[in-house]
Design a protein around this ligand. Structure first.
Ligand code: UT7
Length: 380
Protein backbone atom coordinates (compact mmCIF):
# COMPACT_ATOMS: atom_id res chain seq x y z
CA UNK A 1 0.00 0.00 0.00
CA UNK A 2 1.24 3.51 -0.84
CA UNK A 3 2.29 5.56 2.18
CA UNK A 4 1.54 9.29 2.38
CA UNK A 5 4.10 11.74 3.78
CA UNK A 6 2.14 13.87 6.25
CA UNK A 7 3.46 17.11 7.70
CA UNK A 8 3.12 16.44 11.42
CA UNK A 9 5.45 19.07 12.89
CA UNK A 10 6.73 22.54 12.11
CA UNK A 11 8.98 25.06 13.78
CA UNK A 12 11.19 28.07 13.22
CA UNK A 13 14.00 30.01 14.77
CA UNK A 14 15.15 33.53 13.99
CA UNK A 15 18.00 35.34 15.75
CA UNK A 16 17.12 38.08 18.24
CA UNK A 17 19.26 40.77 16.61
CA UNK A 18 17.20 43.03 14.30
CA UNK A 19 18.71 45.14 11.51
CA UNK A 20 16.26 47.75 10.23
CA UNK A 21 16.27 49.64 6.94
CA UNK A 22 17.18 52.75 8.94
CA UNK A 23 20.25 50.91 10.29
CA UNK A 24 21.24 49.96 6.73
CA UNK A 25 20.91 53.53 5.52
CA UNK A 26 23.71 54.38 7.98
CA UNK A 27 25.91 51.69 6.41
CA UNK A 28 25.40 52.11 2.64
CA UNK A 29 23.87 54.64 0.24
CA UNK A 30 20.24 53.50 0.54
CA UNK A 31 17.00 54.51 2.22
CA UNK A 32 14.09 52.89 4.02
CA UNK A 33 11.86 54.16 1.22
CA UNK A 34 13.93 52.50 -1.56
CA UNK A 35 14.14 49.17 0.25
CA UNK A 36 10.45 49.10 1.18
CA UNK A 37 9.11 50.07 -2.24
CA UNK A 38 11.56 47.88 -4.26
CA UNK A 39 11.54 44.82 -2.01
CA UNK A 40 8.85 45.05 0.70
CA UNK A 41 11.48 44.42 3.41
CA UNK A 42 11.44 46.52 6.59
CA UNK A 43 13.86 44.60 8.77
CA UNK A 44 15.80 41.34 8.92
CA UNK A 45 17.39 39.19 11.65
CA UNK A 46 21.14 38.65 11.89
CA UNK A 47 22.90 35.81 13.68
CA UNK A 48 24.92 36.81 16.74
CA UNK A 49 28.53 35.79 17.01
CA UNK A 50 28.64 32.04 17.64
CA UNK A 51 25.14 31.57 16.25
CA UNK A 52 25.57 29.22 13.31
CA UNK A 53 23.41 27.55 10.69
CA UNK A 54 23.31 24.26 12.62
CA UNK A 55 22.49 25.98 15.92
CA UNK A 56 19.52 27.75 14.38
CA UNK A 57 18.50 24.51 12.64
CA UNK A 58 18.57 22.68 15.98
CA UNK A 59 16.23 25.25 17.58
CA UNK A 60 13.76 25.02 14.69
CA UNK A 61 13.94 21.21 14.77
CA UNK A 62 13.25 21.09 18.52
CA UNK A 63 10.13 23.20 18.01
CA UNK A 64 8.98 20.95 15.15
CA UNK A 65 9.46 17.86 17.34
CA UNK A 66 7.42 19.55 20.07
CA UNK A 67 4.55 20.19 17.64
CA UNK A 68 4.77 16.64 16.28
CA UNK A 69 4.91 15.15 19.79
CA UNK A 70 7.79 12.92 18.66
CA UNK A 71 11.10 11.95 20.24
CA UNK A 72 14.38 12.62 18.38
CA UNK A 73 15.11 8.88 18.47
CA UNK A 74 12.09 8.34 16.20
CA UNK A 75 13.65 10.33 13.32
CA UNK A 76 15.03 8.18 10.49
CA UNK A 77 16.22 10.90 8.11
CA UNK A 78 17.52 14.45 8.54
CA UNK A 79 17.94 16.72 5.52
CA UNK A 80 19.32 20.23 6.02
CA UNK A 81 18.84 22.45 2.98
CA UNK A 82 21.46 25.18 3.13
CA UNK A 83 24.09 27.05 1.14
CA UNK A 84 25.73 28.37 4.31
CA UNK A 85 26.61 25.24 6.25
CA UNK A 86 28.81 25.63 9.36
CA UNK A 87 31.74 23.94 7.57
CA UNK A 88 32.54 22.93 3.99
CA UNK A 89 32.46 19.51 5.60
CA UNK A 90 30.89 17.81 7.51
CA UNK A 91 27.24 18.44 6.76
CA UNK A 92 25.30 20.65 9.16
CA UNK A 93 22.75 17.81 9.23
CA UNK A 94 25.25 15.66 11.19
CA UNK A 95 25.68 18.41 13.79
CA UNK A 96 21.89 18.59 14.08
CA UNK A 97 21.63 14.81 14.42
CA UNK A 98 24.20 14.80 17.21
CA UNK A 99 22.69 17.71 19.16
CA UNK A 100 19.16 16.33 18.96
CA UNK A 101 20.26 12.85 19.99
CA UNK A 102 18.59 11.47 16.85
CA UNK A 103 20.77 8.39 17.05
CA UNK A 104 18.83 6.38 14.48
CA UNK A 105 18.84 9.01 11.74
CA UNK A 106 20.86 9.26 8.54
CA UNK A 107 21.79 12.87 7.84
CA UNK A 108 22.92 14.96 4.89
CA UNK A 109 22.87 18.52 3.55
CA UNK A 110 21.23 19.52 0.33
CA UNK A 111 22.32 22.50 -1.77
CA UNK A 112 19.69 23.86 -4.14
CA UNK A 113 19.76 27.56 -3.25
CA UNK A 114 16.48 29.07 -2.18
CA UNK A 115 14.63 26.03 -3.59
CA UNK A 116 16.52 23.79 -1.15
CA UNK A 117 13.78 23.26 1.42
CA UNK A 118 11.22 22.17 -1.18
CA UNK A 119 13.85 19.93 -2.85
CA UNK A 120 14.43 18.40 0.60
CA UNK A 121 10.70 17.97 1.14
CA UNK A 122 10.46 16.14 -2.20
CA UNK A 123 13.38 13.80 -1.42
CA UNK A 124 12.03 13.00 2.04
CA UNK A 125 8.43 12.54 0.88
CA UNK A 126 9.50 10.10 -1.84
CA UNK A 127 11.65 8.09 0.59
CA UNK A 128 8.71 7.91 2.99
CA UNK A 129 6.23 6.96 0.26
CA UNK A 130 8.58 4.22 -0.92
CA UNK A 131 8.66 2.76 2.57
CA UNK A 132 12.41 3.38 3.06
CA UNK A 133 11.89 5.57 6.14
CA UNK A 134 8.99 6.40 8.41
CA UNK A 135 9.88 9.79 9.89
CA UNK A 136 11.92 12.60 8.32
CA UNK A 137 13.08 15.98 9.56
CA UNK A 138 13.56 18.54 6.78
CA UNK A 139 15.18 21.83 7.68
CA UNK A 140 16.00 24.99 5.75
CA UNK A 141 18.65 27.03 7.58
CA UNK A 142 20.91 29.88 6.51
CA UNK A 143 23.43 32.33 7.91
CA UNK A 144 23.58 34.51 4.80
CA UNK A 145 24.89 37.48 6.80
CA UNK A 146 28.33 35.80 6.85
CA UNK A 147 28.43 35.72 3.03
CA UNK A 148 27.01 39.20 2.48
CA UNK A 149 29.13 42.15 1.43
CA UNK A 150 27.91 44.79 3.86
CA UNK A 151 29.30 47.51 1.58
CA UNK A 152 27.28 46.35 -1.47
CA UNK A 153 23.86 48.00 -1.44
CA UNK A 154 22.67 45.76 -4.30
CA UNK A 155 22.66 42.70 -2.04
CA UNK A 156 23.08 43.65 1.63
CA UNK A 157 19.58 45.09 1.95
CA UNK A 158 18.00 41.80 0.91
CA UNK A 159 19.26 38.99 3.11
CA UNK A 160 18.60 37.73 6.63
CA UNK A 161 19.36 34.70 8.83
CA UNK A 162 17.09 32.03 10.26
CA UNK A 163 15.87 28.45 10.16
CA UNK A 164 12.61 26.58 9.65
CA UNK A 165 11.81 22.89 10.00
CA UNK A 166 9.12 20.38 9.11
CA UNK A 167 8.63 16.80 10.22
CA UNK A 168 7.15 14.34 7.77
CA UNK A 169 5.70 11.05 8.86
CA UNK A 170 4.45 8.17 6.73
CA UNK A 171 0.76 7.36 7.11
CA UNK A 172 -1.89 5.36 5.31
CA UNK A 173 -4.54 8.10 5.20
CA UNK A 174 -4.54 10.22 2.06
CA UNK A 175 -2.94 13.65 2.55
CA UNK A 176 0.41 15.28 3.21
CA UNK A 177 2.76 15.88 0.29
CA UNK A 178 0.53 15.04 -2.68
CA UNK A 179 2.95 16.01 -5.48
CA UNK A 180 6.25 17.76 -6.10
CA UNK A 181 7.65 19.45 -9.22
CA UNK A 182 11.36 20.22 -9.31
CA UNK A 183 13.50 21.87 -11.97
CA UNK A 184 16.98 23.21 -12.70
CA UNK A 185 18.63 25.30 -15.40
CA UNK A 186 22.37 25.38 -14.77
CA UNK A 187 22.95 27.82 -17.62
CA UNK A 188 21.97 30.48 -15.09
CA UNK A 189 24.59 29.43 -12.50
CA UNK A 190 26.32 32.82 -12.57
CA UNK A 191 23.19 34.89 -11.88
CA UNK A 192 23.49 34.18 -8.18
CA UNK A 193 26.75 32.78 -6.89
CA UNK A 194 29.72 33.03 -4.53
CA UNK A 195 32.79 33.22 -6.81
CA UNK A 196 35.48 31.84 -4.47
CA UNK A 197 35.92 29.38 -1.63
CA UNK A 198 35.08 26.32 -3.71
CA UNK A 199 37.32 23.96 -5.69
CA UNK A 200 37.36 26.20 -8.76
CA UNK A 201 38.85 29.17 -6.91
CA UNK A 202 39.95 28.10 -3.44
CA UNK A 203 39.99 30.71 -0.71
CA UNK A 204 43.22 32.71 -0.57
CA UNK A 205 44.39 36.11 0.64
CA UNK A 206 43.70 37.40 -2.87
CA UNK A 207 40.10 36.12 -3.05
CA UNK A 208 39.28 37.47 0.38
CA UNK A 209 40.87 40.86 -0.41
CA UNK A 210 38.78 41.02 -3.60
CA UNK A 211 35.59 40.10 -1.71
CA UNK A 212 35.06 37.00 -3.85
CA UNK A 213 33.70 35.06 -0.87
CA UNK A 214 30.56 37.22 -0.88
CA UNK A 215 27.26 36.57 -2.67
CA UNK A 216 27.01 38.18 -6.11
CA UNK A 217 23.67 38.53 -7.84
CA UNK A 218 22.27 39.85 -11.09
CA UNK A 219 19.08 40.96 -9.38
CA UNK A 220 17.04 42.03 -12.38
CA UNK A 221 17.56 38.73 -14.22
CA UNK A 222 16.73 36.66 -11.13
CA UNK A 223 13.63 38.82 -10.69
CA UNK A 224 12.43 38.07 -14.23
CA UNK A 225 13.13 34.34 -13.78
CA UNK A 226 11.20 34.27 -10.49
CA UNK A 227 8.12 36.02 -11.84
CA UNK A 228 8.02 33.58 -14.78
CA UNK A 229 8.74 30.35 -12.90
CA UNK A 230 6.42 30.61 -9.84
CA UNK A 231 3.20 30.34 -11.89
CA UNK A 232 4.69 27.59 -14.09
CA UNK A 233 5.79 25.47 -11.09
CA UNK A 234 2.51 26.08 -9.22
CA UNK A 235 0.39 24.97 -12.18
CA UNK A 236 2.63 21.95 -12.80
CA UNK A 237 2.47 20.67 -9.22
CA UNK A 238 -1.30 21.15 -9.02
CA UNK A 239 -1.74 19.26 -12.27
CA UNK A 240 0.41 16.43 -10.97
CA UNK A 241 -1.76 16.26 -7.85
CA UNK A 242 -4.89 16.17 -10.02
CA UNK A 243 -6.01 19.50 -8.58
CA UNK A 244 -6.53 23.05 -9.85
CA UNK A 245 -6.00 26.61 -8.67
CA UNK A 246 -9.61 26.60 -7.40
CA UNK A 247 -8.56 24.02 -4.79
CA UNK A 248 -5.68 26.15 -3.50
CA UNK A 249 -6.05 27.60 0.01
CA UNK A 250 -2.62 29.13 0.53
CA UNK A 251 0.38 29.85 -1.66
CA UNK A 252 3.68 30.05 0.21
CA UNK A 253 6.45 31.23 -2.10
CA UNK A 254 10.11 31.83 -1.38
CA UNK A 255 10.25 35.22 0.35
CA UNK A 256 12.60 37.25 -1.83
CA UNK A 257 10.71 40.33 -2.95
CA UNK A 258 7.12 41.44 -2.34
CA UNK A 259 6.88 42.57 -5.97
CA UNK A 260 7.74 39.02 -7.09
CA UNK A 261 5.15 37.52 -4.73
CA UNK A 262 2.45 39.93 -5.92
CA UNK A 263 3.27 39.54 -9.62
CA UNK A 264 3.12 35.74 -9.31
CA UNK A 265 -0.18 35.91 -7.42
CA UNK A 266 -1.65 38.23 -10.08
CA UNK A 267 -0.57 35.90 -12.84
CA UNK A 268 -2.24 32.95 -11.04
CA UNK A 269 -5.35 34.99 -10.13
CA UNK A 270 -4.75 34.24 -6.46
CA UNK A 271 -6.21 36.96 -4.17
CA UNK A 272 -3.83 38.71 -1.72
CA UNK A 273 -5.24 36.74 1.24
CA UNK A 274 -4.37 33.52 -0.61
CA UNK A 275 -0.63 34.26 -0.49
CA UNK A 276 1.44 34.25 2.68
CA UNK A 277 4.15 36.83 3.21
CA UNK A 278 6.38 37.60 6.17
CA UNK A 279 9.17 39.05 4.07
CA UNK A 280 8.92 42.50 5.66
CA UNK A 281 10.16 41.11 9.00
CA UNK A 282 12.87 38.68 7.91
CA UNK A 283 14.07 39.61 4.40
CA UNK A 284 15.30 36.84 2.13
CA UNK A 285 16.52 33.90 4.23
CA UNK A 286 17.12 31.63 1.20
CA UNK A 287 16.34 27.96 1.98
CA UNK A 288 14.92 28.95 5.38
CA UNK A 289 12.27 31.31 4.04
CA UNK A 290 9.58 28.76 3.08
CA UNK A 291 9.73 26.66 6.27
CA UNK A 292 9.76 29.82 8.42
CA UNK A 293 6.71 31.09 6.50
CA UNK A 294 4.94 27.70 6.70
CA UNK A 295 5.56 27.48 10.40
CA UNK A 296 4.29 31.02 11.07
CA UNK A 297 1.26 30.53 8.82
CA UNK A 298 0.30 27.39 10.75
CA UNK A 299 0.91 29.06 14.14
CA UNK A 300 -1.17 32.10 13.14
CA UNK A 301 -4.08 29.92 11.96
CA UNK A 302 -3.67 30.68 8.24
CA UNK A 303 -3.34 26.93 7.61
CA UNK A 304 -5.89 24.50 9.00
CA UNK A 305 -6.44 20.75 8.59
CA UNK A 306 -7.92 20.03 5.17
CA UNK A 307 -6.25 23.05 3.52
CA UNK A 308 -4.30 22.69 0.31
CA UNK A 309 -0.99 24.56 0.52
CA UNK A 310 1.42 25.00 -2.37
CA UNK A 311 5.03 25.91 -1.55
CA UNK A 312 7.19 27.27 -4.38
CA UNK A 313 10.90 27.98 -4.20
CA UNK A 314 13.24 29.48 -6.78
CA UNK A 315 16.83 30.63 -6.72
CA UNK A 316 20.49 29.89 -7.26
CA UNK A 317 21.32 27.20 -9.78
CA UNK A 318 19.01 28.23 -11.27
CA UNK A 319 16.59 25.93 -9.49
CA UNK A 320 12.89 25.86 -8.77
CA UNK A 321 10.66 23.53 -6.79
CA UNK A 322 6.99 23.26 -5.85
CA UNK A 323 5.16 20.98 -3.43
CA UNK A 324 1.39 20.54 -3.05
CA UNK A 325 0.55 19.65 0.55
CA UNK A 326 -2.79 18.62 2.02
CA UNK A 327 -2.48 19.79 5.63
CA UNK A 328 -3.76 17.22 8.10
CA UNK A 329 -2.70 18.43 11.56
CA UNK A 330 -3.95 21.34 13.72
CA UNK A 331 -1.57 23.55 15.66
CA UNK A 332 -1.40 21.78 19.06
CA UNK A 333 -1.70 23.51 22.42
CA UNK A 334 1.70 24.21 24.05
CA UNK A 335 3.10 21.15 25.81
CA UNK A 336 2.77 21.00 29.63
CA UNK A 337 5.73 22.15 31.62
CA UNK A 338 6.79 18.64 32.73
CA UNK A 339 7.04 17.51 29.11
CA UNK A 340 9.13 20.51 28.18
CA UNK A 341 11.38 19.70 31.14
CA UNK A 342 11.78 16.08 29.98
CA UNK A 343 12.68 17.28 26.50
CA UNK A 344 15.32 19.63 27.85
CA UNK A 345 16.73 16.75 29.86
CA UNK A 346 16.84 14.61 26.72
CA UNK A 347 18.86 17.28 24.90
CA UNK A 348 21.28 17.59 27.83
CA UNK A 349 21.74 13.82 27.71
CA UNK A 350 22.36 14.08 23.94
CA UNK A 351 25.24 16.51 24.62
CA UNK A 352 26.60 14.15 27.29
CA UNK A 353 26.32 11.17 24.92
CA UNK A 354 28.18 13.08 22.23
CA UNK A 355 30.92 14.02 24.69
CA UNK A 356 31.28 10.40 25.89
CA UNK A 357 31.52 9.14 22.33
CA UNK A 358 34.31 11.59 21.59
CA UNK A 359 36.10 10.56 24.77
CA UNK A 360 35.78 6.88 23.81
CA UNK A 361 37.21 7.65 20.36
CA UNK A 362 40.16 9.44 21.95
CA UNK A 363 40.86 6.56 24.29
CA UNK A 364 40.56 4.11 21.39
CA UNK A 365 43.10 6.14 19.40
CA UNK A 366 45.56 5.95 22.32
CA UNK A 367 45.05 2.17 22.45
CA UNK A 368 45.58 1.71 18.68
CA UNK A 369 48.71 3.91 18.81
CA UNK A 370 50.00 1.42 21.40
CA UNK A 371 49.35 -1.47 19.03
CA UNK A 372 50.39 0.18 15.76
CA UNK A 373 53.29 2.23 17.08
CA UNK A 374 53.59 5.92 16.23
CA UNK A 375 53.87 5.30 12.47
CA UNK A 376 57.69 5.47 12.26
CA UNK A 377 59.72 2.59 10.87
CA UNK A 378 62.09 0.80 13.24
CA UNK A 379 65.63 2.24 13.17
CA UNK A 380 64.37 5.64 11.95
O1 UT7 B 1 16.67 34.40 -3.24
C1 UT7 B 1 17.20 34.34 -4.50
C2 UT7 B 1 16.42 35.06 -5.41
N1 UT7 B 1 16.75 36.47 -5.42
C3 UT7 B 1 15.83 37.30 -5.81
O2 UT7 B 1 14.72 36.92 -6.02
C4 UT7 B 1 16.19 38.74 -6.07
C5 UT7 B 1 15.44 39.20 -7.28
N2 UT7 B 1 15.71 40.58 -7.60
C6 UT7 B 1 15.20 41.61 -6.91
O3 UT7 B 1 14.50 41.44 -5.93
C7 UT7 B 1 15.43 43.01 -7.44
O4 UT7 B 1 16.02 42.93 -8.72
C8 UT7 B 1 16.34 43.88 -6.52
C9 UT7 B 1 15.59 44.21 -5.23
C10 UT7 B 1 17.61 43.12 -6.19
C11 UT7 B 1 16.70 45.16 -7.22
O5 UT7 B 1 15.50 45.87 -7.56
P1 UT7 B 1 15.32 46.48 -9.02
O6 UT7 B 1 14.05 47.17 -9.04
O7 UT7 B 1 15.53 45.34 -9.98
O8 UT7 B 1 16.50 47.52 -9.07
P2 UT7 B 1 17.72 47.59 -10.09
O9 UT7 B 1 18.71 46.52 -9.82
O10 UT7 B 1 17.14 47.70 -11.47
O11 UT7 B 1 18.35 48.99 -9.70
C12 UT7 B 1 17.64 50.20 -9.88
C13 UT7 B 1 18.47 51.33 -9.32
C14 UT7 B 1 19.91 51.30 -9.77
O12 UT7 B 1 20.35 52.62 -9.96
P3 UT7 B 1 20.43 53.24 -11.45
O13 UT7 B 1 21.37 52.33 -12.19
O14 UT7 B 1 19.04 53.17 -11.99
O15 UT7 B 1 20.95 54.60 -11.20
C15 UT7 B 1 20.63 50.74 -8.57
O16 UT7 B 1 21.96 51.18 -8.49
O17 UT7 B 1 18.47 51.24 -7.89
C16 UT7 B 1 19.83 51.30 -7.45
N3 UT7 B 1 19.92 50.52 -6.23
C17 UT7 B 1 19.69 51.03 -5.02
N4 UT7 B 1 19.36 52.26 -4.61
C18 UT7 B 1 19.18 52.45 -3.29
C19 UT7 B 1 20.23 49.20 -6.11
N5 UT7 B 1 20.20 48.85 -4.82
C20 UT7 B 1 19.88 49.96 -4.13
C21 UT7 B 1 19.70 50.23 -2.76
N6 UT7 B 1 19.34 51.48 -2.39
N7 UT7 B 1 19.84 49.27 -1.82
Amino acid sequence: MKAYAHVVGWGKYVPRRVLTNADLSQMVDTSDEWIRTRTGIRERRLAEEGETTSRMAIQAARQALEVAGLKPAQIDLIVVATVTSDYPLPAAACLVQDALGATGAVAFDLSAGCSGFVYGLAVAAHLLSAGVYRTALVIGAETLSRFTDWADRNTCVLFGDGAGAAILQAGENEGGVLATALGADGSGWDLLHVPAGGSRTPASHRTVAAGLHFIQMKGREVFRFAVRIIPVATREVLEQAGLSLDDLDLLVTHQANQRIIEAAARSLNVPPEGVYSNLERYGNTSAASIPIALSEAAEEGHIKPGDLVVCVGFGAGLTWAAAAIRWTRPQPAPAPRWRRFLRRLYYILAVLRSWLRRLRRRLASLWTRDILGDGREEGE
